[in-house]
Ligand binder design. Structure first.
Ligand code: KG4
Ligand code: ZN
Length: 353
């Protein structure tokens, strides 16, 4: 059972092929990625129309590259999966349109996937995949959520951000400091040369007692601090970056540990772009080691958006029996869901985990 996955929800075009035969986790055969970061950098953020046009340019050559890499032909593909949402509407439409046309021309079924389910299941692409059940900390550019995951398709939201996402907090703070887009990796690199305790920044909702997050106030505090520094900002930028990162990471770690003790689970999965952050990883690793909790991350290249996680999530849904391919066969009408709660996927009939 070969599943082709296409990701185009934001500024990365990703294509991948997995083999979902057998009972083990689907096996990644080949993947290819094109990042539009350089193109958007001139504008300081993603320009949706440019993103859509670039996905059109990249998706078919990437698909050819993946098929060559796997030593397969398109005729070998059994199912075509694509990211149906959430994301930028125009960008999603490119992946959806290409996936459905491709599937129609091959006479194969097509599956519309949830981008966050892809991130959640991305650690199954690693050599040391997690076992269910686990708590997932999902930290991407648009989402910050804590989730209880009992099996494929069973996702219980434990808490989430009430305003900005953690990735957004990194990106917006970085922008205030004049760092290039996307800010997260640049800010964390600069932070290496700074002192995380140099500036006292707020830790929003740290003691709220629930598992919700809030990062909008932090960005304002960073702006206030930057203004206060004035001409000194340039010389103190590394300290401000380190202090911002320390504030974001402290909140993420504290809430995650609370989720672990509330659920009583001993496995944690960290997914999404911010999951690549070295300070977050080292602090979570240290805290979890003390508590006998195992932490799983996707490989660094699969932390940010990619096609492999979409092919993997589709393969795992098929293996779990959550999809009836017969009912999908021959249906090539599509829509996209720019806003889409992961909890709505629960509409799938629940299976015994
Ligand atoms: O998961 P992702 O690729 O895209 C979304 O689905 O949003 O996440 C992108 C986010 C951006 O906000 C980016 O700045 C952040 O992940 N990010 C990082 C790091 N690498 C990527 N944030 C902090 N430290 C990093 N090393
Ligand atoms: Zn993402």
């Amino acid at each position: 059972m070969l599943v082709l996955g296409i990701e185009s929800s934001c500024d990365e075009t990703g294509v991948a092929l997995v083999d979902a035969s057998g009972s083990g986790a689907p096996r990644l055969l080949s993947h290819a990625l094109y990042s539009q970061i350089a193109m958007h950098q001139a504008y300081g953020g993603v320009v949706p129309e440019l993103a859509s046009r670039d996905h059109i340019r990249r998706v078919l050559p990437l698909t050819q590259e993946v098929m060559q890499g796997a030593g397969c032909s398109l005729a070998d593909v059994d199912v075509v999966a694509y990211t149906r949402g959430p994301g930028l509407a125009g960008a999603l439409l490119v992946g959806a349109g290409v996936a459905c046309s491709l599937a129609a021309s091959l006479g194969k079924p097509v599956m519309g996937m949830h981008h966050l389910e892809g991130h959640l299941l991305s650690p199954f692409l690693s050599a040391d995949p997690p076992e269910f059940p686990f708590v997932a900390l999902l930290v991407s550019g648009g989402h910050t959520q804590l989730m209880r995951v009992d099996c494929v398709g069973s996702y219980e939201l434990l808490g989430e951000t009430i305003d900005d996402a953690a990735g957004e907090a990194f990106d917006k703070s970085a922008k205030l400091m004049g760092l290039p887009y996307p800010g997260g990796p640049h800010l964390s690199k600069l932070a290496l040369a700074g002192d995380g305790a140099a500036f006292k920044l707020p830790r929003p909702l740290l003691h709220s007692g629930n598992l919700d997050f809030s990062f909008a106030g932090l960005k304002t505090a960073v702006l206030t601090q930057a203004k206060k520094l004035g001409d000194e900002l340039e010389a103190r930028k590394a300290d401000l970056a380190a202090s911002t990162q320390a504030a974001i990471v402290e909140v993420l770690v504290k809430k995650t540990l609370t989720a672990m003790s509330q659920t009583g689970l001993k496995r944690l999965v960290v997914a999404g772009g911010v999951g690549a952050n070295a300070l977050l990883r080292s602090q979570l690793n240290a805290a979890c080691r003390q508590r006998g909790i195992r932490v799983h991350y996707p490989e660094l290249e699969f932390c940010t958006d990619n096609g492999a996680m979409i092919a993997m999530a589709a393969g795992m849904r098929l293996q779990a029996g959550l999809v009836n391919l017969q009912t999908l066969q021959g249906s090539y009408t599509f829509d996209v869901k720019p806003r889409w709660n992961l909890a709505d996927l629960q509409l799938t009939p629940a299976l015994a985990c």
